[in-house]
Design a protein around this ligand. Structure first.
Ligand SMILES: NC(=O)c1ccc[n+]([C@@H]2O[C@H](COP(=O)([O-])OP(=O)(O)OC[C@H]3O[C@@H](n4cnc5c(N)ncnc54)[C@H](O)[C@@H]3O)[C@@H](O)[C@H]2O)c1
Length: 405
């Protein structure tokens, strides 16, 4: 029998070779963390736009130099609409990190899986029903030697993992209801000299329904994923309202949603989200209420259970680093501080140990849950899970990417 490292081509001290597809803010941050914290080596880059590829190259050459590694080889820099095919087909790459705008995730995932790569794919897995169903087909073709993770790093945040373990063990008793929120500053405009209308849309994809899936599917998805995970189910139906009250910039995404999701057992999640003026404040979180007590699962602030099985997360790092901010109720540091690192660690371990993951179907389930709320909001009607799946909703990109070749 071969040991997993040998079977997968990783010698004891050799790094998993990472190819980054989409050299933007999140992609660069996560790949840097993979390199610095987890010892994956960034060996290849791909992007639609030359400036993004160039800045990614400069950044990772610096990261690699700091780690005593080689700069990115010229032949492993891929540019243009077909860059995703070239990086996925590169024999020098073991792992593709997909950090492109959401509209492209499923197409890029399909290529990377077909070329036998391990994949770290950002959320959401699909922005419409058609893409979600395509992703489920792709999931069936993931080989027993391939590992595929979806970027729901919140589940790996140590304080969230700790409270989840207690909730799943029954600390709240029977759940009565949940409430969740995601209130965040709206994203700012990206201006690129000489950009035409299509390029402007691509650069400002967060404002665009087809490219992002709207704020419920692109951003609020993290909280809905936590709710699905903690309740162990997806919502059965939803009613919703919302709209675009304050945003005046280009694009068609809403700036607020209020959704009532019904889960099995008639458990309701009252969810609200807003995008507002940027004054530096941001709050997101989930609360669960049960027969034995309640749980507070915030991005930032006390992570705790009150009631019969009272518990609070005590963050040793926050206590040491910022003692003034430590309270009797728990730590006030960012609960997601180590989420990415832990997510990346478990993913790379799944590759090197051979205990591979296939998170596509779970990622699709959460994306569909968000689409359920979005469809209820857009149609002003209650939408059931069955209605959603039968709908066949398909978004069109509305441009030809070949113009960027
Ligand atoms: N998990 C999280 O907490 C989290 C946080 C932020 C963003 N994200 C996700 O990460 C992804 C990237 O977000 P970002 O903020 O880095 O965006 P970004 O705009 O900064 O980066 C996207 C990059 O993809 C490139 N690109 C666009 N279309 C492409 C194509 N067809 N082929 C190749 N490259 C293409 C762009 O040029 C850009 O460099 C999104 O899916 C977003 O939802 C996740």
């Amino acid at each position: 029998m071969l040991k997993p490292r040998a079977a997968f081509g990783y010698e004891a001290n050799s790094a998993v070779r990472l190819g980054l597809l989409g050299c933007g803010g999140r992609g660069t941050g996560v790949a840097t963390s993979f390199a610095k914290n987890i010892s994956a080596q960034v060996v290849a880059l791909a992007d639609l736009f030359p400036d993004q590829l160039a800045s990614g190259r400069a950044h990772f050459n610096e990261v690699n130099a700091g780690l005593g590694q080689q700069p990115i080889s010229e032949k492993l820099l891929f540019l243009g609409p077909d860059a995703y095919k070239k990086i996925a087909g590169s024999p020098e790459v073991d792992l593709i990190q997909i950090s492109t705008p959401p509209f492209f995730h499923v197409e890029h995932l399909g290529e990377a899986v077909a070329r036998g790569k391990h994949v770290y794919c950002e959320k959401p897995v699909g922005i419409d029903i058609h893409q979600a169903q395509a992703a489920l087909e792709i999931a069936k073709h993931v080989r027993s030697t391939q590992s595929v993770d979806v970027g729901f790093q919140c589940r790996n945040a140590p304080p969230i993992a700790a409270i989840a373990e207690r909730i799943k063990a029954g600390a709240l008793g029977k759940i009565a209801a949940a409430s969740g929120s995601y209130n965040a500053p709206a994203s700012t405009e990206r201006v690129h000299a000489g950009a035409g209308a299509d390029e402007y849309r691509l650069r400002n994809w967060l404002w665009d329904r087809a490219l992002s899936g709207d704020i419920l599917v692109e951003q609020n998805i993290h909280i809905i994923d936590l709710c699905n995970w903690l309740l162990g189910a997806h919502p059965l139906k939803a009613t919703a309202t919302g709209g675009r009250n304050i945003l005046t910039h280009a694009g068609d995404c809403w700036d607020n949603y209020q959704v009532d999701f019904t889960y099995p057992g008639d458990v309701h999640l009252a969810f609200s989200s807003t995008q507002f003026g940027d004054y530096g404040n941001f709050d997101a979180g989930l609360r669960l209420f049960g027969a034995l007590g309640s749980a507070n699962v915030p991005y930032s602030g006390p992570m705790q259970i009150t009631g019969a099985q009272a518990w609070a997360w005590q963050d040793p790092n926050a206590a040491a680093a910022e003692p003034g901010k430590f309270s009797a109720n728990g730590a006030f540091s960012d609960n997601l501080a180590f989420a990415d690192r832990e997510k990346e660690r478990t993913f790379v371990e799944s590759i090197t140990s051979g205990g591979v993951h296939n998170q596509i179907a779970a990622g699709v389930e959460t994306a569909l849950s968000c689409m359920l709320g979005r469809m209820a909001g857009y149609t002003h009607h209650e939408v059931t899970w069955e209605d959603l799946l039968a709908h066949g909703e398909t978004y069109q990109l509305g441009m030809k990417l070949e113009q960027f070749a």
